[in-house]
Design a protein around this ligand. Structure first.
Ligand code: JHZ
Length: 432
């Protein structure tokens, strides 16, 4: 079923002689329902770490690549990676920062606002954010007067958050961290986890941890890019070694119930190509709204347990691979300067999947200070600032942060008037 794209190092070694195959664990059990009825439907080939940006002095050092294959569970519709890279390899030092994307900051501000209002948070309540990153969401809770605590494993980012007065515990979240946080700070009225649960391999530890840390009537709110949006809009680049699960309501509900939790509400947002925000309570107090059953029924109708759904998706992904390579090769052979815009983890998947390396794409623009001055994993393209782009003469920018297309096209109005065209890869390869 898998197409032969970067299955070994033959093509990669031509532009990255330092590439080698690193160690990872192979998963044979569904993280949601524990069945072994897993079927591989897509292989994106060997990939470096999606946020493994390199310093100049690291470019000549050995660089690990890992197979990136995706399974679906025919029992519950869970979609998960076949291989898991050790979490500490990816998260101890982290370069993604929510604050670098203005639309994300606005989204988190609105998220805090609606949660504070819905759950009547005040100076006596505690909001705990798991995977709190640079503390952007925590800062919006704090601004609205509730007590806060962050929990995150990235040493560099946690140090910055604490320096900014956003109390953050350095830990991977699970049962042990939950017990420690409960002992030191007490139980939470709300626990949030935005774009985090998909990154965690052991769901039983995370959900039983949430149960430990939550007050009896507390609410656990998680947000994630939605599997059905990914399938409908060919968002294959959201599949990377950090996203161990492409999440949906039905499989999630199975894992929650096993751990004494229940889904009580589901909302849809357009952020990150289409995301869900789900509300969860302890089984004893949960009173699910109709939205939960509606989503589960829609997912069944969408065929999330059926092989055909995934084969159709994989075929679109392989077709995109050929189309993008053809387009970039044509443009560069005509002497056009092609750069990339948005050094997202997603972007690194597109570049590596299509072998678009620094010999073809000379610069990648990004607003994140942690990424600027570094080189993209695998493809070794230097990351420059948005200001530097203005000074350069580029003909085309591959929009590897397509999820922020509106904001990025708007801020590049002047560059576009001077002739810069954007190649928007997803949901469909288009030039604007
Ligand atoms: P962005 C992130 O993934 C991180 P990534 C994480 N893995 C996750 O789960 C998903 O989101 C959902 C830059 N940019 O957020 C900033 C500009 O340069 O889409 C970012 O580096 N100028 C936790 O990394 C990148 O683009 C701008 O104007 O795939 C976007 O990365 C804006 C708006 C952004 O996702």
């Amino acid at each position: 079923m898998t197409k032969h794209i970067n299955q070994d190092l033959t093509d990669i070694s031509k532009y990255n002689p330092q590439a080698f195959i690193g160690e990872c664990e192979e998963i044979t059990v569904c993280r949601a329902c524990h069945s072994t009825k897993l079927n591989t439907f897509l292989s994106l080939g060997l990939m470096p770490k999606p946020n493994g940006f390199l310093r100049k002095e690291d470019l000549k050092k050995p660089e690990p690549y890992y197979p990136l294959d995706v399974d679906f569970c025919e029992q519950c519709g869970q979609v998960q990676l076949k291989q898991v890279v050790k979490p500490s390899e990816m998260f101890d030092h982290y370069v993604y920062a929510s604050a670098a994307s203005t639309p994300m900051v606005t989204h988190l501000d609105e998220m805090a606002d609606s949660i504070v209002k819905r759950f009547k948070l005040n100076s006596k309540t505690l909001a705990i954010d798991i995977g709190s990153n640079d503390g952007t969401l925590l800062s919006f809770f704090k601004k609205r007067g509730t007590q806060i605590l962050g929990i995150d494993p990235a040493q560099n980012i946690v140090a910055e958050a604490n320096k900014a007065g956003l109390t953050t515990m350095l830990a991977f979240f699970g049962e042990a961290a939950a017990r420690k946080a409960k002992e030191q700070y007490g139980q939470a009225d709300v626990i949030t986890a935005a774009n985090v649960i998909a990154h965690i391999p052991d769901w039983d530890s995370v959900f039983s941890g949430a149960r430990i840390l939550l007050k009896e009537t507390g609410t656990f709110i998680i947000e994630f890019p939605y599997l059905v949006d990914m399938l409908d809009k060919m968002e294959f680049d959201t599949i990377y070694h950090e996203h161990l699960t492409m999440m949906a309501v039905s499989p999630l509900s199975v894992a929650l119930e096993r751990n004494g939790l229940k889904l009580v509400d589901v909302e849809h947002f357009t952020i990150h190509g289409g995301s869900l925000r789900v509300f969860i309570q302890k089984r004893e107090v949960a009173q699910p709204k109709n939205s939960v059953a509606d989503y589960i029924a829609q997912e069944k109708a969408h065929g999330i347990t059926e092989e055909k759904t995934y084969i159709d998706f994989a075929n679109k992904v392989y077709a995109f691979h050929d189309e993008l390579i053809e387009l970039v090769s044509k443009l560069t052979s005509e002497g056009k300067e092609v750069i990339a815009y948005g050094a997202s983890a997603k972007g690194n998947i597109i570049l590596n999947f299509c072998n678009l390396h620094s010999g073809l794409i000379h610069q990648m623009v990004d607003s994140t200070t942690y990424k600027q001055g570094l080189y993209t994993p695998g493809t070794h393209i230097p990351v420059i600032t948005e200001k530097e782009l203005e000074k350069r003469k580029a003909d085309y920018a591959l929009l590897t942060a397509w999820n922020f297309a509106d904001a990025i096209l708007k801020k590049n109005e002047a560059n576009r008037q001077q002739g810069l065209k954007f190649i928007v890869p997803i949901p469909e390869l288009t030039i604007v």
